[in-house]
Design a protein around this ligand. Structure first.
Ligand SMILES: Cc1ncc(COP(=O)(O)O)c(C=O)c1O
Length: 380
């Protein structure tokens, strides 16, 4: 059998004379664009010709001013948003957003809508319940989170402070084909597919994403926050400074020392997206990569079973299983021996999961599909 461990260089020269890399199907932190990694190696030593490495620069100095300003401008260019939104680079990961959102926007005597489409969406509404009234307008647990709701399955509440949903469910491998339609402000956790496809970014009151899948390293979270939504912020609470979106916006995400390295990496990733044709081109490549794997599942005569219904299939996390747990284990072991890592499904969903974010190479999907077909031939 072929061993797939490879340098799989993007052609940037990143892999010359370096230890070889394997295919990393991790759900996050996940594989990064090799061009970005190569640039970072230089920037850690000296960034932008300054003679000082990126981690050693003051977050208030002129070099870093340019880095963060450019990251914000490139982010706006990728998302196609203008002055209607704040672009924030915050800390505490996506999980802190689960709390910051209701703290800032869930008013006493009112409620917020949440669609429960799986583990992360569940965590989000449970956190919100600590701070106010929550309506779970869709409960996907009844169908083992195998799809996201059709419009008839989730009825938004009139007058809700906001409607929260998770656009791509990392653990179950489902996504919303398009954003839900609501009268209340729309808030999206896009952690596992941010900038993986064009989206109505401007139409959302808030979109947030932990960086560690499509944008950069863990520990920094991107928040696109519409200014008119920020106007609806609660004024009756003494909010901790760091948890106050207004103060974060007024201080350009530099209330305290931000994750300077993480923001720099995000900036490089935004440039990489723009250089590679923007979100339309990225979406096309992601769709092709995902098709390679879904075709392998669908063409296996029922040996492999996908978790998601076809219309909600994620292009980022392909979740599937073998006919038995025994075979899942064997599959993982053999895949690892061939240089394919990170294929174990999340403990809540079981089975197998191939995470194939923006930076994951198509060659890796082809290698996995080939292995799937060989495995089925041996054990089917
Ligand atoms: C959809 C989604 N939301 C939120 C999170 C939590 O992110 P963090 O670890 O940055 O808090 C994750 C992590 O995997 C995720 O996949």
């Amino acid at each position: 059998m072929t061993t797939f461990a490879t340098t799989h260089s993007t052609g940037s020269g990143a892999s010359t004379a370096r230890p070889k890399r394997i295919f990393n199907f991790s759900a996050g932190p996940a594989c990064m664009p090799e061009e970005v990694l190569a640039q970072l190696q230089e920037d850690i030593w000296s960034v932008r010709g300054s003679g000082i490495g990126i981690m050693e620069h003051s977050h208030r100095g002129p070099v870093y001013d340019r880095i963060i300003e450019e990251a914000e401008a490139d982010c706006r260019a990728v998302a196609g948003i203008g002055d209607t939104h704040h672009v924030l680079f915050l800390q505490g990961g996506a999980t802190l957003q689960f709390a910051m959102l209701p703290l800032n926007f869930l008013h006493p005597g009112k409620s917020a809508d949440y669609a429960d489409t799986g583990v992360w969406a569940t965590k989000a509404f449970k956190e919100a319940k600590l701070f106010g009234k929550v309506n779970v307008v869709y409960d996907g647990s009844k169908t083992k989170y195998d799809h996201t709701p059709a419009p008839s399955e989730a009825t938004p509440t009139d007058g809700a402070c906001y409607f929260h949903y998770c656009s791509n469910n990392t653990i179950y491998g489902t996504r919303w084909p398009s954003p839900p339609k609501t009268k209340s402000p729309l808030v999206c956790d896009a952690s596992s597919e941010m900038f993986g496809r064009p989206y109505d970014f401007a139409g959302h009151a808030m979109i947030y994403a932990g960086a560690q899948k499509n944008l950069g390293p863990s520990g920094v979270v991107l928040v696109l926050l519409r200014k008119d939504f920020l106007e609806t912020q609660r004024k009756d609470l003494p909010l901790a400074t760091m948890l106050d979106y207004r103060k974060q916006a007024e201080n350009g995400s530099r209330l305290n020392t931000p994750n300077t390295f993480g923001i720099h990496v995000m900036g490089l990733v935004f440039k990489w997206i723009l250089k590679n044709g923007g979100l339309k081109a990225i979406e096309q490549r992601n769709a092709e990569k995902a098709k390679v794997l879904y075709d392998a599942i669908d063409g296996s005569g029922g040996f492999f079973k996908g978790h998601s219904t076809p219309e909600c299939r994620s292009h980022m996390n392909v979740v599937f299983r073998c006919p038995s747990e025994e075979l899942d284990k064997k599959f993982l072991k053999e895949a690892e021996a061939l240089g394919m890592d990170g294929l174990k499904g999340h403990r809540d969903a079981g089975g197998l999961r191939a995470s194939i974010y923006n930076a994951f190479p198509r060659k890796g999907c082809e290698a996995l599909a080939q292995f799937m077909s060989e495995f089925k031939r041996s054990f089917g």
